[in-house]
Design a protein. Structure first.
Length: 141
């Protein structure tokens, strides 16, 4: 259930990061789109590689960069690479905070809480999960 939720979250928040039409993307080999496609195909390692390439391939505005880091965090969470996931979620929030933007998806907060929980970082996990639960009362994880 967690894996499916992470995939749906990554797909839901990634649209602004990969705005080209699919035909153009296929021709251009857009790594953001490749990351989305890999998540849809349950190919976590390809998604990780693609999102990393997306971050390295071009200059992204801070809001989009934060979103892509959160997507990469979701892919790492799906791959049970919890330290890497937490690093990416923290980086996404740091970028958003320092650049005057916000991550609006409560799923990012929830997923960071799950990564913290799996790493035994209980106070931070509890804080994130409580905030996410308030915004997602019907979320079953």
């Amino acid at each position: 259930m967690i894996r499916a939720t992470v995939i749906l979250l990554a797909l839901a928040i990634c649209a602004p990061a990969c705005a080209q039409k699919e035909a153009d993307v296929a021709e251009a080999g857009d790594p953001c789109e490749a990351g989305e496609a890999a998540l849809r195909a349950d190919d976590t390692e390809t998604a990780i590689t693609a999102f990393e390439a997306c971050l390295e391939s071009r200059s992204l505005n801070p809001e989009i960069e934060a979103v892509v880091h959160s997507q990469l965090g979701g892919a790492y969470l799906y791959a049970e690479r919890f330290e890497d996931a937490l690093r990416e979620f923290d980086l996404a929030y740091a970028i958003a905070e320092t650049q005057g933007t916000t991550l609006t998806s409560p799923y990012v907060r929830r997923n960071r809480g799950l990564a913290r929980l799996r790493l035994g970082r209980l106070p931070g996990a509890l804080e994130d999960l409580q905030i996410a639960a308030a915004e997602l009362p019907d979320d079953m994880l």
